[in-house]
Design a protein around this ligand. Structure first.
Ligand SMILES: C[S@@+](CC[C@H](N)C(=O)[O-])C[C@H]1O[C@@H](n2cnc3c(N)ncnc32)[C@H](O)[C@@H]1O
Length: 270
């Protein structure tokens, strides 16, 4: 697994650098309008009712000048980790443009060396776990650098979506990969569900959800962001989403001890 993991992170760093050079929509930075009022963007499910002012936030696998600037605009002390130099450069440019302090680290999310134990109040991770094979390593590092009582807000590509063909064939989407498939996923020619050229991996719900619980987290909420549209054109993003939910968003809290989390760092009500 180690060899493939190393190969995947080098490969995906190059792919994301290329996507930046191509000005792909996947690498768009946040708008000035959103930065003027960032909370609705970072608090879509009301998981952060008290905001993040003064909180230490890690934006993980989250380069690109979107998430880190949003959290900085909301008053957080932000660190962003990403494997792609070009994606991190976008955060540097945004920080300079808007006068934010954003610490940038080029790292694989499964090896957060240089970050201290219990350093963060909140870790947010947009869709990026699909680019690593070692989900256990990710959970171990997240548990290490998050304070007890702290929140881990993460979005994944749904396993079922990664198992399913990007386009309908004879009007139907087909499941083409086994639920326990472990190698790199078959390449695709680019879709809104998967970036073309990237090396991606399938993780079961047992690994994504159960794995977090086994690393000392309590799942407080779980959503399937809805992007479907019943009358969408067959083959379009919205049409596929009507049949195959693309994402899974989770709010997980690191337990204080072996029991349920108490005195949370980022509380729902204080
Ligand atoms: C879908 S983008 C997420 C951030 C993007 N700005 C957005 O709008 O959602 C996925 C990010 O994961 C990063 N990534 C891929 N493999 C990674 C790894 N092994 N460790 C850390 N980041 C990784 C990519 O460089 C890319 O910036």
């Amino acid at each position: 697994m180690e060899d493939l993991s190393r190969k995947a992170s080098q490969h995906n760093a190059e792919i994301w650098d290329k996507l930046v050079a191509m000005k792909s929509g996947f690498t768009a930075t946040v708008s000035a309008r959103a930065l003027n009022n960032p909370l609705p963007y970072i608090n879509i499910y009301q998981w952060l009712p008290k905001g993040v002012q003064g909180r230490r936030v890690l934006c993980l696998g989250a380069g690109g000048g979107k998430h880190a600037p949003l959290y900085a605009a909301a008053g957080a002390d932000v660190t962003v980790v990403d494997i792609s130099e070009a994606m991190l450069e976008k955060d540097r440019i945004m920080a300079e443009r808007y006068d934010f302090r954003i610490r940038r680290l080029q790292r694989c999310m499964t090896d957060l060396h240089g970050l201290m134990e219990k350093e963060f109040d909140l870790i947010m991770q947009p869709v990026s776990s699909c680019y690593i094979q070692n989900i256990e390593g990710l959970h171990r590092e997240v548990a290490r650098v998050l304070k007890p009582g702290g929140l881990y807000i993460v979005q994944h590509k749904q396993p079922f979506s990664l198992q399913t063909t990007p386009k309908p064939e004879c009007g139907k989407y087909a499941v083409e990969v086994s639920a326990r498939y472990q190698g790199k996923l078959p390449p695709i020619d680019g879709s809104e569900h998967r970036e073309s050229g990237a090396m991606e991996f399938l993780h079961t719900l047992e690994a994504l959800v159960g794995g977090l619980c086994r690393h000392g987290f309590v799942i407080e909420d779980l959503r399937e962001p809805w992007h479907g549209k019943a009358d969408a054109l067959p083959g379009s993003f919205a049409h596929r989403c009507e049949y195959v939910p693309p994402y899974l968003a989770m709010k997980a809290r690191r337990r204080i001890d072996s029991g349920i989390a108490i005195s949370p760092i980022i509380a729902d009500s204080e």
